[in-house]
Design a protein around this ligand. Structure first.
Ligand code: ATP
Ligand code: MG
Length: 227
């Protein structure tokens, strides 16, 4: 789903894990390239991006960039990636191209976090096929069950055909506003339907979180004291 906090979660989880001493690679598979710009990289000035990797002209190793956060690396996206959604359809091994391209660099990292586009297209299928697990952000501002059911069905399909070991790591409740009934209702509904899958920690709605991307910095640098 669009705008639920996927990029915010990927960027900030990556930054906090890196500041805890883990080696992290953040992979941006969204043509909007929001994760890329959230880390201060100008997506329009990039000569090459993950697009060149998916069409097979560059390796992952040659594209990885260091960021202002020590031990947080970035595999950047760019608007050129929009073409890949169509071009991939014609390519051999179209669903496994991301998995194969990331394989050689996996041992360098403790965690590889993949940010996905909002649609369940070829790029997202590549991400689900490359991943060991899925983190699903849930925005506490919409009752999410319908969209969630569709996503869980897609994950099942990917499991059956492309990635049998794919697991759901957990549901992350985000943009929680304690002042609204709706927020509390969403948390209740999710906990009731998915008692063991929803993380206990809930991410509050915070102005600092939404400001940080414009400054090209994760919260670890922009607002380290943020709740
Ligand atoms: P898309 O589907 O377009 O890629 P997304 O799922 O990646 O969207 P984000 O870009 O992470 O969603 O978040 C959507 C918007 O909400 C952004 O402007 C972001 O800054 C803001 N946002 C995310 N989490 C929070 C939060 N906890 N508090 C306040 N604003 C937030
Ligand atoms: Mg995003």
């Amino acid at each position: 789903k669009g705008g639920v906090g996927k990029t915010t979660t990927a960027v900030n989880l990556g930054a906090y894990l890196a500041s805890a001493g883990k080696r992290i690679l953040l992979v941006d598979t969204d043509p909007q390239a929001n994760a890329t710009s959230s880390l201060g990289v100008d997506k329009n000035a990039l000569g090459r991006s993950i697009y060149d990797m998916l069409i097979g002209v560059e390796t992952a190793a040659s594209l990885i960039m260091v960021t202002s956060c020590p031990s947080l690396d970035l595999l950047p996206s760019s608007p050129a990636l929009a073409g890949a959604e169509v071009e991939l359809v014609e390519m051999a091994g179209r669903e496994v191209r991301l998995r194969h391209a990331l394989e050689p660099i996996r041992p360098r990292y403790d965690y590889v976090l993949i940010d996905t586009p909002p649609s369940l297209g070829m790029l997202t299928v590549n991400a689900l096929t490359a991943a060991d697990g899925v983190l699903i952000p849930i925005q506490c501002e919409y009752l999410p069950l319908e969209g969630l059911t569709q996503l869980l069905r897609t994950i099942d399909l990917v499991r059956q055909s492309l990635n049998p070991s794919l697991i759901i790591r957990g549901l992350i409740l985000t943009m929680f506003d304690a002042r609204t009934n709706l927020s509390r209702q969403v948390v209740e509904e999710i906990r009731q339907h998915f008692p063991s899958t929803a993380f206990r920690v809930v991410i509050p709605r915070s102005v600092k979180i939404s400001e940080a991307p414009s400054y090209g910095e994760p919260l670890t640098r922009f607002a380290p004291d943020s709740s």
